[in-house]
Design a binder for this molecule. Structure first.
Ligand SMILES: [Zn+2]
Length: 279
């Protein structure tokens, strides 16, 4: 009996020691730039009716604030649930480090993608982009995704508790995962998504592969919540790439949509709508 216990102890030490010391990596390409997660990839950010718009299709329903809202809420131009089911795209090339129905706090389906990119200083850096309240997820954990690849669709959160919108975050701290409660709710942990994206629109293409750390959520979160298996539909359409819109067509859409009074008029229920926005 003693001998068996000793043997089990040695196995534990080997296993525990190994996982505590080594960091796991995958390889991937450096992002060649960052785009918006919905609508036209590089739509100009404009002010209209005291709101920030991403082109003419989406507006910022709620922005990033330290100690307040750790990401941005994107809602469709016609407000309310009109954006339900709209495609959500990976803002840059990267690897899926989380794709699950998260059981807590109305999150619903969540996808987190890790991106490697080169900072202006020359340093290789990493960020995680998070897409929350998704109706469907269309990528799997560990999958490599391209810039503009569809990762899911806009949803209403767990049990449909919110008006449809995309909750979008960019994290500089790769340990956060679904445990925002364990890390400072400040710029030390997060970027303001639209500012980060605007500052990293175009990055030089580099063909070389870099090491991208993975499994960072698990190691740093001793109180990690184990999510249960879910009955979400199997991922599909994982190879969908955002279609190119020819310039002439884009210009036509622009001219037809910018003059519409209906599209820019906020609904009466907007304050309620905004109050309902969670996470
Ligand atoms: Zn939100």
């Amino acid at each position: 009996m003693k001998r068996i216990l000793w043997f089990v102890g040695v196995l534990f030490l080997i296993g525990g020691g190994d996982s505590a010391l080594s960091q796991s990596y995958t390889t991937g390409q450096l992002a060649d730039g960052f785009d918006w997660p919905a609508g036209k990839p590089e739509a100009p950010m404009i002010r209209k009716d005291n709101q920030t718009w991403f082109g003419t299709e989406y507006y910022l329903a709620r922005g990033f604030t330290e100690h307040g809202h750790m990401g941005e809420d994107w809602n469709g131009k016609n407000y309310g649930d009109t954006d339900l089911g709209d495609p959500v795209y990976s803002c840059a090339s990267g690897v899926v480090v989380y794709s699950e129905m998260y059981p807590g706090r109305g999150w619903g389906n969540v996808v987190i993608i890790r991106h490697a990119y080169r900072e202006k200083s020359g340093q290789v850096a990493f960020v995680d982009s998070l897409y929350g309240h998704l109706h469907y997820r269309s990528v799997r954990m560990g999958e490599k995704v391209a810039r503009g690849q569809k990762v899911g669709t806009i949803g209403k959160g767990k049990n449909g508790i919110f008006p449809a919108h995309l909750h979008f975050e960019i994290r500089k701290d790769l340990r956060v995962g679904m445990r925002r409660d364990l890390y400072p709710k400040t710029y030390a942990t997060y970027h303001s998504p639209r500012h980060f994206i605007n500052a990293h629109r175009t990055l030089r293409y580099e063909s070389r592969q870099v090491r991208i750390p993975i499994n960072t959520f698990l190691k740093s979160n001793p109180n990690r919540i184990y999510t249960t298996k879910i009955e979400a539909p199997a991922p599909t359409e994982s190879t969908t790439i955002r279609p190119e819109v020819p310039e002439t067509v884009a210009a036509a859409i622009q001219s037809e949509t910018t003059t519409s009074e209906e599209a820019t008029k906020p609904e009466k229920s907007k304050s309620l709508f905004q109050r309902l926005f969670g996470n």
